[in-house]
Design a protein around this ligand. Structure first.
Ligand code: GUN
Length: 286
């Protein structure tokens, strides 16, 4: 039997409906959740992602502002902009779209965002809180992946989760979140020898390699849940994932499509984090 498709698009729409109602209640209590996005330069993919984030804010009633800055801005000027937003009480979330131009050190910029407004969950303080299982802003893509798995009641406890990719944004944190759910976690990456030896043992396979159709049916254990984080643009302009969807869906029990899978969930989780920030982050809660 072919795999059940986990539609991130549908789940994100459902969550956005719930969040819209929540934002409306917050508005009634005088709280207006606000997200500020900084976009540096003209990277077309970044522009498109930022547009998607702004649209999603509009749909849920979250106030948003996009600050567009020239790629010639200095690192210091950017850090000063961030500090002004840190001090601005009407701003609940700050997101600096990555990647940044080469002359700006990304980690310096991430470190400059107040951990209490870091709705991306990239600040080292928030990464530390995530690792220790303390309530915090979880990084949006990993948070979206866990939410998708839970939406289908896919068992995680004691199961073997194998991750292909070890980026700071996806691979590393999704492994940590799966570990927090009592999964047994294996990290694979571009230097891993005999990749299939690991992926064939996966009950849950997370593909975040950044290579189109890198994962095929030979990588998969029968009945695995396969989450495709890849967003690769093909020569014909269409988007495709890291997983050969048509082949793998015949062997997996669950699979996420591209587009319409993890992508919309990443944005939904950003909205969730912004609302959480507007309500006030309590590190002792949860
Ligand atoms: N670039 C690609 N993905 C992301 C993301 O989740 N957040 C930010 N800030 N930049 C990105």
């Amino acid at each position: 039997m072919p795999a059940e498709i986990i539609s991130g698009k549908d789940l994100a729409a459902e969550l956005k409906g719930q969040m819209k109602a929540e934002v409306s209640k917050l508005n009634d209590n005088g709280i207006s959740p606000q997200l500020t996005v900084i976009l540096v330069g003209n990277n077309p993919a970044s522009k498109s992602y930022v547009k998607g984030k702004k649209k999603a804010c509009n749909e849920t009633g979250i106030d948003s502002e996009v600050i567009e800055l020239s790629s010639s801005i200095t690192e210091n000027e950017l850090l000063q902009k961030i500090e002004a937003l840190n001090q601005n009480d009407s701003v609940h979330g700050i997101l600096v779209q990555l990647p940044l131009p080469e002359h700006i050190r990304e980690q310096k910029v991430i470190d400059a965002i107040s951990p209490d407004k870091d709705v991306d969950g990239f600040h080292p303080v928030n990464i530390g809180r995530m690792m220790t299982g303390t309530d915090t802003f979880l990084p949006c893509t990993p948070y979206g992946i866990i939410t998708m798995l839970k939406s289908k009641n896919i068992p995680l406890k004691g199961k073997h989760a194998v991750i292909i990719g070890r980026s700071n944004i996806v691979g590393k944190p999704v492994g940590q979140l799966l570990l927090n759910e009592d999964a047994t976690v294996t990290y694979c990456h571009s230097k891993t020898e005999n990749l299939k030896k690991y992926t064939q043992q996966a009950d849950i396979l997370i593909a975040a390699a950044g290579k189109a159709h890198f994962v095929n049916e030979g990588h998969i254990k029968e009945g695995a849940a396969v989450i495709d984080v890849g967003i690769n643009r093909m020569e014909n302009g269409k988007l495709t994932g890291d997983v050969d969807f048509e082949k793998v869906k015949e062997k997996a029990s669950y699979i996420t499509p591209v587009p319409g899978g993890v992508g919309p969930m990443t944005i939904a989780m950003l909205l969730k984090n912004t609302i959480k920030s507007a309500k006030g982050l309590d590190p002792l809660e949860g």
